[in-house]
Design a protein around this ligand. Structure first.
Ligand code: GCV
Length: 663
């Protein structure tokens, strides 16, 4: 009997049923309960002190300012009976306070502390693709949180960001509407900035390069025109009057139809430097995106390099070139963008996509830290100035549409602080805090379950690559929504680089894009050793094979299988992984609160069904070119190609996560 009571008590503790909060994910990983008797917190007053007074359950803390510690860095030291957090600025103290709370929530000892931390990047920035009408481009978690900013939600947003070290946020879509700079919008930005400032977060805006025409009524937006420069100066002055610590501008120019300096015969450098000049007296910066590609380009992957390399060294010192991690567009797997190793004289920052535009939206559980770490295995963190992440945040109760998508927001922040953290460390921290498993890991049976959940997260990205586009295949998504497979999508008249056949090039010989020296020569944009490695079909890593080669169907793979057979196995393996994920989650049922358990379970079922959809659609379609049988030891498609080609997924299935595939 006693044992039963103990187990029930443990379960209550673990599942948070005793908590006064609904388990709807709205508290993110910040699940600390208010303390009934605040610990003694002395020293520097501010947000750090308030957070500790509200949530810290341990011994007295002294918050101390001290010069000489790196900006935003901190030390945490046990001294006699108290803990001393030291930093050179308020943000550092706040990050130190959150570090302490993280130790508390993950059940770690807070005795004998001797911690010293400093961020690798000064700028750790979220990019919201939010529109003035409240829609979010590629957002799968409802409307913009900035449409009618609710102060309570803003506070959770600010705390969540600060708890992982995020210190900047771009409030609006890079496809920027000119009205982003209207006086009304700026007033709104000011109000948001005021709410975020106590948490060390600065706001930035995306701008439309044609604003002088569209907002200012000028005849041109030529960056070398004196009237245009004057207009920007006045606009920037207006912004800084409202937001004295405004961060600066993010610019998408001459890309996908957005206006830019090339419309006036000027270069990216001319455009970026003009804006940098007007921001400079205010200490503002320009983040200028390198996401450019032209319809006539024979290889889109070559384009950014071709446009930006000739400008290397020509940018002002408060310009940072913001480059997507891969050369095409946030695919489940891409090689790194060669600009990162080629540009030597220009500050660069990486743009990751936290929102899962190409990774199953808010329906698929895909933990992205391993993908971002893969990038850092090629690009040395110290060669970059900053890190940006396209946010996956909306006004859904659980913020991100999928409870596990919160882990990607969390991981982005942690990696922007320290790109050398492992995916496992980060997932472990997040799981323990989010599902209150802090003390559970000490319990052997729960420890096993926790480990399998952790393992699920770590395998999830590779699983997604397998069931969507293994072996280097890429961009075979449905035309507009990018949710499901449509490798055949090629409406007459649509620009070729917006259709999957441009990328997969399937024919009777094989599959994949020839980017070798005799193909588009994209390999040449990489350093010599990588160029050689990628250029040779026998040395090219198999997970990028069809990225760099048009691979013959009978090409011998390391496994001894032909490329076609390997492709079939990979797709099938992806499907089996999603089923295993479901089984792992099902075993967690006794230990997870009912609401979150059921919501995640429903999504995992969608993911398992979608993975079959991907496998069947892709294998049946590619089979029309390979003319080879699907191997007997691979589960055969449960659908047929006609069915797959006719299938249209209702928008509600991926855009509004509240209405799942099963409903
Ligand atoms: C914001 C891709 C996306 C677009 C996005 C663009 C970009 O093309 O599909 O929605 O636009 O990238 O990053 O600018």
């Amino acid at each position: 009997m006693k044992k039963q009571i103990f187990i029930s008590a443990l379960l209550l503790l673990l599942t948070g049923w005793s908590s006064i909060y609904a388990e709807d994910g709205s508290r993110l990983w910040l699940r600390f309960d208010n303390v009934s008797k605040p610990a003694t917190i002395t020293g520097v007053k501010g947000t750090a002190m308030t957070e500790l007074q509200t949530y810290w359950q341990g011994s007295p803390v002294l918050l101390k300012r001290q010069k000489g510690i790196a900006k935003d860095g901190y030390t945490i030291k046990s001294q006699d009976a108290k803990i001393v957090i030291t930093a050179s600025n308020d943000a550092g103290l706040l990050y130190g306070a959150y570090h302490l709370l993280r130790l508390q929530e993950t059940g770690q000892s807070c005795n004998q502390l001797n911690i010293s931390e400093q961020p690798v990047y000064d700028l750790r920035i979220l990019n919201h693709w939010d529109n003035p009408n409240g829609t979010v481009e590629r957002g799968f978690a409802g409307k913009s949180i900035f449409l009618n900013p609710d102060p309570e939600r803003m506070k959770i947003y600010a705390r969540a960001n600060a708890s992982v070290g995020i210190n900047g946020t771009v409030l609006n879509n890079v496809n920027a509407k000119p009205e982003a700079l209207s006086t009304e919008s700026l007033q709104k930005a000011k109000s948001i900035a005021d709410q975020l400032r106590p948490y060390g977060i600065r706001v930035y805006l995306s701008i439309n390069f044609a604003s002088p025409i569209k907002v200012g009524g000028l005849e041109t937006a030529d960056p070398l025109n004196a009237e245009v420069v004057k207009w920007w100066k006045e606009k920037v002055n207006e912004i800084y009057k409202l937001i004295p610590d405004f961060g600066g501008f993010l610019v998408k120019a001459n890309s996908e139809g957005e206006p830019g300096p090339q419309d006036f015969g000027r270069t990216h450098a001319d455009g970026a430097n003009m804006l940098a000049g007007v921001l400079k007296p205010h200490k503002g910066i320009v983040m200028w995106r390198a996401f450019v590609y032209a319809p006539q380009s024979p290889d889109r992957a070559n384009q950014a390099y071709l446009e930006f390399m000739p400008l290397d060294g020509q940018f002002a010192d408060n310009v940072i070139i913001q480059i997507k991690n891969g050369p095409v567009d946030f695919q489940p797997r891409e090689p790194y963008s060669p600009l990162f190793t080629a540009m030597q004289k220009t500050p660069m920052m990486v743009e990751f996509q936290i929102t899962q535009e190409y990774l199953g939206a808010a329906n698929h559980l895909v933990y992205l830290a391993p993908m971002w770490q893969e990038f850092f295995s090629f690009v040395k963190p110290q060669t970059l100035k900053a890190m940006a992440g396209v946010a996956n945040i909306g006004d859904n109760v659980n913020w991100c549409g999928h409870h596990f998508a919160q882990a990607n927001w969390y991981a982005f922040g942690r990696l922007a602080w320290n790109p050398n953290l492992t995916s496992e460390e980060i997932a472990n921290e997040w799981l323990q805090q989010t599902f209150s498993l802090g003390s559970a890991v000490a319990n052997p049976s729960l420890f096993t379950l926790h480990s399998s959940l952790l393992n699920l997260m770590l395998r999830s990205r590779e699983a997604c690559v397998s069931y969507m586009m293994p072996l280097g295949i890429h961009h075979i998504f449905a035309g507009t929504h990018h949710y499901g497979p449509e490798p055949w999508y090629a409406p007459r008249g649509l620009r070729a680089d917006w259709t999957p056949p441009y990328y997969h090039k399937a024919d009777s010989i094989g599959l994949g894009f020839d980017r070798t020296l005799t193909g588009s020569a994209n390999v040449k944009q990489y350093p010599d050793d990588l160029c050689r490695l990628y250029n040779d079909i026998n040395t090219c890593p198999e997970n990028l094979l069809a990225w760099f080669h048009h691979v013959p169907w009978d090409h011998k793979m390391k496994s001894g299988r032909t490329f076609w057979d390997e492709l079939c196995h990979k797709y099938d393996e992806g499907v089996h992984e999603t089923r295993r994920f479901l089984a792992i989650w099902d075993a967690m049922q006794p230990y997870i609160d009912a609401q979150r358990f059921e919501e995640v379970q429903r999504k995992l079922r969608i993911q398992a069904r979608d993975s079959e959809w991907w496998r069947d659609a892709c294998l049946l379609y590619f089979q029309t070119f390979s003319k080879r049988p699907i191997p007997s030891d691979v589960e055969h498609p449960v659908h047929n190609l006609d069915e797959m080609m006719r299938f249209r997924i209702p928008i509600s299935m991926y855009e509004n996560p509240e209405s799942g595939y099963n409903k």
